[in-house]
Write a protein that binds this ligand. Structure first.
Ligand code: UGA
Length: 449
């Protein structure tokens, strides 16, 4: 929405939320504590805020004045009830639609921006048209479009400025053209794809499933490289040169994280099972099984290399965000790996340039400094990496932050207790540099020397 306001000064964009503290943070005069960290976002907000970009909790007023409403609420995996563990919880979509039905005036275009299971637009339409939600049934009308978002966190502004494509799904050509007129202000027309509404909703799930599938494919091969003597970087280079495969999105990792891939694949699996397509469901579920396997494999490997036990050992974990350049920790591989190590009795010092101790506490559901009653493992946040490397038995790199690439690795290794280990789950340090350090190391997808 901030990027739309940037490119379309004639359009007034108002963001509404029921969470007053979030809206207050977006309205904060010095922009120091925006609710999300995203490179370049602060500047865009600063340029447009209170010009044609507004943040408000007055939902009814904003809805009644709007000609187009983007529903951009979250759709997490259901934790209970029908479809628990797989299906998306659409309660926020539903309650947004009910509010829109109640307060909208005249003709309103509703754009589904949230990632939703196929046929959610139908649910939205039903709510909008139902006179129970809609007091002034006669005097209002709606068009529902789907326009899913393809930006990735950490590169959101770059992705929005120059998307590979924009999708608009729908049947009402007048509404489609109005939305297209907005995107066309900065996106070439050939990149704006028009589809029917279900293709648009499904394409979003399938794009994420394909991306995640690439990562599980490459991560599954990391273990084979480690066993055979092949090197994952060389394999990626060799296969990526095939233009049919392509070079992007093949970096090995401790497993993919983020709020989208797992949720969307679970949704896809649920959808397939619903239509009796068990083979298709099982095929895609395997992407998640491999992702879980990679995280487990890495935790086991750390324990194994440290002579089969991490009890009482000091381990420095670098990175808690699910990827670099974001403060988002949802589904981060750091969560499972930290929990496994704490259960095995390790004393973990966690560092991250953008994530704080409160957020880590929430993700781990373990208080900082609190001892596990059985293993006596625990964790604490550590800002000073060099201080916490002192007498550490191991360093595990989880997130590929630029800051970590620039660390003085020789100084860090000198501070560690010997024999010391570095586990590089992202391959951010060159193997030659690691060899020069003269300590033990393990890199994902790299054979031991
Ligand atoms: C993903 C998609 O890339 C976006 O296109 C989509 O719009 C978004 O989900 C969404 O549905 O909202 P995001 O999860 O923000 O974006 O970030 P990604 O860059 O896709 O990274 C996801 C995970 O894959 C991260 O843990 C990352 O470290 C990992 N990854 C990524 C790798 O392990 N290797 C790679 O080569 C790339």
């Amino acid at each position: 929405m901030a990027v739309i306001s940037d490119h379309c000064p004639e359009i007034e964009v108002t963001l509404v939320d029921i969470d007053e503290s979030k809206i207050a943070a977006w309205n904060d005069s010095d922009l120091m504590n925006l609710p999300i960290y995203e490179p370049g976002l602060k500047e865009v907000v600063k340029r447009n805020r209170n010009r044609n970009l507004f943040f408000s909790t007055n939902i009814s007023k904003a809805i009644s004045e709007a000609e187009i409403i983007f529903i951009s609420v979250n759709t997490p995996t259901k934790v209970s009830g029908l479809g628990a563990g797989y299906a998306s919880d659409l309660k926020w979509v539903e309650s947004s639609a009910r509010q829109v039905a109640k307060y909208a005036k005249g003709h309103t275009i509703i754009v589904e921006k949230s990632t939703v299971p196929v046929k959610t637009a139908e649910l939205i339409k039903e709510i909008l048209m139902n006179s129970e939600n809609n007091s002034d049934f006669e005097n209002k009308s709606f068009s529902v479009l789907s326009s899913p978002e393809f930006l990735a966190e950490g590169t959101a502004i770059i992705d929005l400025e120059n998307p590979d494509r924009v999708l608009i799904g729908g049947e009402d050509y007048r509404a489609i053209n109005i939305l297209k007129e907005i995107y066309i202000k900065w996106i070439p027309e050939e990149k704006i794809l028009l589809t029917n509404i279900w293709s648009s909703e499904l394409s979003k799930l399938i794009a994420n499933a394909f991306l995640a599938q690439r990562l599980s494919s490459i991560n599954s091969i990391t273990a084979l490289c480690e066993s055979t003597g092949a090197d994952i970087d060389e394999v990626v280079k060799a296969i990526g040169h095939d233009t049919r495969i392509g070079k992007k999105f093949l970096s090995p990792s401790p497993g993919f994280g983020g709020s989208c891939f797992k949720k969307d694949i679970l949704n896809l699996v649920y959808l397939c099972r619903h239509y009796g397509l068990d083979s298709t469901a099982n095929y895609w579920e395997q992407v998640l099984i491999i992702n879980h396997w990679q995280k487990k494999r890495i935790s086991h490997l750390v324990v194994e290399k440290l002579f089969g036990t991490v009890t009482g050992k000091k381990i420095l974990l670098l990175g808690f965000a699910f990827k670099a350049n974001t403060n988002d920790t949802r589904e981060s591989p750091a969560i499972e790996i930290s929990k496994n190590l704490i259960e095995n009795g390790a004393q973990i010092n966690i560092n991250d340039p953008k994530v704080n101790n409160k957020q880590i506490e929430q993700e781990l559901s373990i208080k900082e400094f609190e001892e596990n009653p059985i293993s006596h493992g625990r964790w604490n946040f550590e800002k000073d990496i060099y201080k916490s490397a002192k007498n550490a038995d191991a360093i595990i790199i989880i997130t590929e932050w630029q800051e970590y690439r620039e660390l003085n690795w020789q100084k860090l290794s000198n501070l560690m207790r010997k024999p010391a280990w570095i586990f590089d789950t992202r391959k951010i340090i060159s193997k030659d540099n690691l060899i020069e350090l003269g300590i033990n190391f393990w890199q994902v997808g790299t054979p031991d020397i």
